[in-house]
Design a protein around this ligand. Structure first.
Ligand SMILES: Nc1ncnc2c1ncn2[C@@H]1O[C@H](COP(=O)(O)OP(=O)(O)O)[C@@H](O)[C@H]1O
Ligand SMILES: [Mg+2]
Length: 246
């Protein structure tokens, strides 16, 4: 590995400490008003925004470090169920977009309850019970990062819903994420997998988009021997299909 890559990765790793100090400080102000003084509604709103953004930053740091591990061929495999994978991803996505739904998901036990809770947040789950309970042996952190990126994109670009489904064959796991947004024109189908490509042009979208998500997904999939298929036409939503060999 080139020297500069190691230095960059150490630097990224070292961001973890200051980020968690910011996070802990904001949470103290919010949750310990007895010790730190009472807050106005506006101040609570700002603190919640700070906490959500520290979470996003923590995830970006972890994702970049996971890509580094992947490049070095480090695989940490374990047994996990499709249920736990999808539930975790939904929790991570709702934590940022609709924390109320995330709190409900945390307390849920069954598929039917989860299906109902996320439907209120615009997500249609479509798993049969055999697949939902199936256990696979893969690198969970990597699979979760892949699914979270694709679901987050679908959330960002949907018009009203996101549909998540999956199936398991003898030799591969297939996960599908579909949305009803503006879709991706054929001319951009190759480009969106390239680093730093985004279709947003305003300053706001430049802050929110990095064009790193799908490029990272491709790196992780390649290292796991998987593939990503995109079905989309301009104006007709997008469907991303992930296939990972078991
Ligand atoms: N579901 C989707 N619908 C429409 N466009 C999408 C979708 N997913 C990804 N894209 C396009 O691909 C680009 C790259 O995605 P990504 O690499 O995740 O970067 P980011 O999400 O940071 O913009 C996005 O900026 C967007 O233009
Ligand atoms: Mg993205």
């Amino acid at each position: 590995m080139p020297d500069t890559t190691i230095k960059t990765e150490i630097l990224i790793h070292d961001l973890k400490v200051p980020i968690s100090v910011i996070d802990a400080g904001a949470k103290s102000l919010l949750n310990r008003q007895d010790a730190y003084g009472p807050l106005t509604d506006k101040q609570i709103k700002v603190l919640n925004r700070i906490i959500r953004n520290t979470l996003t930053t923590q995830r970006l740091v972890n994702d970049v470090l996971e890509l580094g591990r992947s490049r070095e061929g480090v695989m940490i495999t374990c047994d996990f169920s499709i249920a736990s994978l999808v539930t975790c991803v939904l929790m991570e996505v709702f934590d940022l977009s609709d924390p109320g739904v995330a709190d409900i998901i945390r307390k849920i036990q069954t598929y039917d309850e989860l299906e109902k809770a996320v439907l209120a947040g615009g997500v249609r789950l479509s798993f049969d019970s055999r697949i939902w309970k199936s256990v696979v042996h893969l690198d969970e952190a990597k699979v979760r990062q892949i699914l979270r990126n694709i679901v987050t994109n679908a959330f960002k670009h949907r018009s009203s819903f996101v549909q998540i489904s999956g199936s398991i064959g003898e030799k591969q796991l297939t996960l599908k994420v579909k949305d009803d947004g503006r879709g991706i024109p054929q001319a951009d189908h190759q480009k969106i997998f390239k680093t730093y490509f985004t279709t947003g042009s305003s300053l706001e979208s430049a802050i929110k988009s990095h064009g790193l998500g799908l490029a990272g997904v491709m790196v992780l999939l390649k290292d796991m021997g998987g593939e990503l298929i995109l079905n989309s036409e301009d104006g007709k939503g997008a469907e991303f299909i992930v296939k990972i060999p078991l």
